[in-house]
Design a protein around this ligand. Structure first.
Ligand code: DX5
Ligand code: ZN
Length: 228
């Protein structure tokens, strides 16, 4: 699959509910992936944290690479790490179809974004709640995906920041219709519809899926509220 095929797959799956693997049961990863596949999730969102760019530590490319053969879902890597350029090749090798880096970690991301695209993958930029859209604006031609954080990156289970809706609306206006607009943090039954109305394509959800016993109904309900 090349970049355009991946983008086409993502667009066809809109509204996309992407389970955040930060909240899954790491003791039984294969079973979790099987359950999410059964729940008809099309994208897995991998929250990579380095204990430096964000205070928390999660997992890295070795874990992702081991899960890759277990599912056909698109792997969406959210790199909350410093110096992502040092580790990019490992995430490419692990089979991540979309790779998103933070503008706060890479203030001049052009060459890194081009490396991602040149490798045939979808290139994304993420920004934290305090970072204005003007920080990513110069690079919009270099990206396929914009990830608006609706909580400060670093932890699952935080409350959605309401001003994110206006930011998503503004982002949608700035982006071409080809670019995937994602939202991440505090997404659930109460917050997803507002984000959908603002023009969001991809909704990352951790607690709203993994805190439920039935993933099928959790993914289904979120998709319905997002306008599926
Ligand atoms: C936050 C992560 C999110 C988060 C989502 O740093 O990027 O993906 O884990 O979890 P919930 O849906 O619980 O906010
Ligand atoms: Zn994330």
């Amino acid at each position: 699959m090349n970049r355009l095929d991946i983008l086409q797959r993502l667009r066809a799956a809109r509204p996309i509910i992407a389970p955040s693997m930060l909240k899954c049961d790491f003791g039984d990863l294969a079973r979790e992936v099987e359950r999410l596949t059964g729940a008809n999730a099309k994208v897995l969102h991998w929250d990579v944290m380095d204990g430096h760019f964000v205070p928390n530590l999660s997992y890295g490319p070795m874990v992702i690479e081991r899960v890759r053969p277990l599912t056909e879902m698109v792997f969406d890597a959210h790199l909350m790490i410093s110096e992502p350029e040092r580790f990019l090749d490992e995430y490419l090798k692990a089979g991540c179809e979309a790779i998103t880096v933070h503008i706060e970690a890479v203030p001049q991301p052009t060459s890194l974004l081009r490396r991602i695209r040149d490798a045939g993958r979808v290139a994304g930029l993420a920004l934290n709640p305090q970072t204005p859209l003007s920080a990513v604006e110069p690079f919009l031609a270099e990206i396929d995906l914009l990830l608006v954080m609706s909580v400060q990156a670093g932890f699952g289970g935080q409350s959605f920041i309401p001003t994110s809706i206006a930011k998503l609306q503004e982002a949608r206006k700035m982006l071409s219709s080809e670019t995937i607009l994602s939202v991440d943090g505090g997404i659930g039954a109460k917050t997803i519809a507002g984000c959908a109305a603002a023009g969001t394509d991809l909704f990352v959800a951790g607690s709203a899926i993994f805190d439920q016993s039935d993933y099928v109904s959790a993914v289904d309900e979120l998709g319905r509220l997002a306008g599926r």
